[in-house]
Design a protein around this ligand. Structure first.
Ligand SMILES: Cc1ncc(COP(=O)(O)O)c(C=O)c1O
Length: 388
């Protein structure tokens, strides 16, 4: 291990680099969470988050991780034995399915190859077959962080509508929020699940549910056990800017700052930046002669690029060199992809030269790890970045 100097390159697909501005905001004295100063903060962040989800409905903030918000989406809307349609797009979809099964939901888990997203045609076919409307919810992961495959949520909505099916639509946006185009209201999403540590540029520790009026109505009849995650008291308390239990006050300072940064940069410009960096990363992988996990160009993620390593030294060997020699953290392969890939995170607070440095680190690590590849990926990416 070389003695460390300069900044660590945290290029895993979340947690992402936390901007200094946000770190400074978090480092303010903690205040009384039942006092008037907190109420103003609470109202501001609860309101500000709506713009990021593109919703006019309430957003609930939990002191918790994304997994908790995923559980919250299920337990607030469903009852034991309810049928749920889910899709095996990768590791995080599988984990969410496991939560649903543990709660006694009957999951129709459509198998997948971990290289493609949810097929809207399958959604339409499955729901059209369900004439008795036994399926109570369709739950999908927007951006599969484990594979770099982004499902087409707008098209899935259209498929649900084409089947004229009343199922609730639950979407995990943990790694897509503020990175990929996402429209909670326009796409008729009932519960969006998200977390702080990816596109929102915050440390881990906050998670979110954006709701719809249909979801709020569903919670009144939903019988799955819940307490900590229950929306009902939270929504009552949130109306005054307060929380039902002690909130993560300092992370909320950070959230206020993150929302200000997103407003200053403009959400559309932030999304365009992510798309541009993803394109340059794909150009690098292509020049290296390495295959991406995501096979369909329409589904290649703007947040993370998962790269398959050819037979020989595996993805974790590349990651080891990257960390030890260049102080660069890359994402590991999860679940079925363990050892077969490495993942380059290009989301959150990021710029052209950070990407250039990241890709330079990857190219040097590929060579040092002994992976068979062609040089020239960095040059190809730089050409893309310089072009526009
Ligand atoms: C798409 C997706 N869903 C869910 C999760 C789980 O979130 P957490 O680890 O914050 O519980 C993650 C974490 O990376 C994720 O990427």
């Amino acid at each position: 291990m070389v003695a460390k100097s300069g900044r660590h390159f945290l290029q895993i697909p979340g947690p992402t680099n936390v901007p200094d501005r946000i770190l400074r905001a978090i480092a303010q004295p903690t205040i009384d969470h039942r006092g008037p100063e907190f109420a103003a903060l609470g109202k501001e962040v609860l309101e500000g988050l709506r713009a990021v989800f593109r919703t006019s409905s309430p957003v609930v903030i939990y002191p918790g991780s994304g997994t908790g918000a995923g559980e919250a989406a299920l337990v607030n809307t469903l009852s034991p034995g309810d049928r749920v349609l889910m899709f095996e797009t990768g590791h995080f979809a599988t984990l969410w399915k496991d939560v649903a099964v543990r709660f006694g939901l009957e999951v129709d888990f459509v198998p997948g190859d971990w290289r493609t997203g949810v097929d809207p045609r399958v959604v339409e076919a499955k729901l059209s077959e369900d004439r008795g409307h036994a399926v109570k919810a369709v739950a999908v992961v927007h951006n599969e962080t484990s594979t770099g495959v982004a499902s087409r949520v707008g098209e899935i909505r259209k498929a649900i509508d084409a089947a004229r099916h009343p199922a609730l639509f639950l979407v995990d946006t943990v790694s897509s929020l503020a990175c990929l185009d996402y429209r909670h209201d326009e796409w008729g999403v009932d519960v969006s699940v998200s977390a702080s540590q990816k596109g929102l540029m915050l440390p881990p520790g906050l998670s979110f549910n954006a709701l719809s009026q249909k979801a709020i109505a569903a919670t009144k009849a939903a019988r799955l056990p819940r307490s900590y995650w229950d929306w009902q008291q939270m929504l009552r308390d949130n109306a005054g800017g307060f929380f039902t239990y002690t909130p993560s006050t300092n992370l909320l300072y950070g959230l206020r700052e993150a929302l200000a940064m997103l407003r200053e940069q403009g959400l559309d410009a932030v999304l365009a930046r992510h798309a541009r960096h993803a394109e340059a990363t794909r150009a690098a992988a292509k020049a290296w002669g390495l295959e991406l996990v995501a096979t369909d160009p329409r589904e290649q993620s703007a947040c993370v690029t998962a790269v398959l390593t050819p037979p020989g030294p595996d993805g974790d060997a590349v990651r080891k060199v990257a960390l030890e020699r260049f102080d660069l953290s890359l994402g590991t392969g999860l679940g079925k992809l363990k050892g077969k890939i490495f993942r380059i995170g290009h989301l959150g607070d990021f710029n052209d030269l950070m990407l250039a440095g990241t890709l330079a680190g990857v190219e040097m690590s590929l060579a040092l790890a002994g992976v068979p590849f062609r040089k020239g990926g960095v040059a190809a990416a730089l050409d893309r970045l310089a072009a526009r």
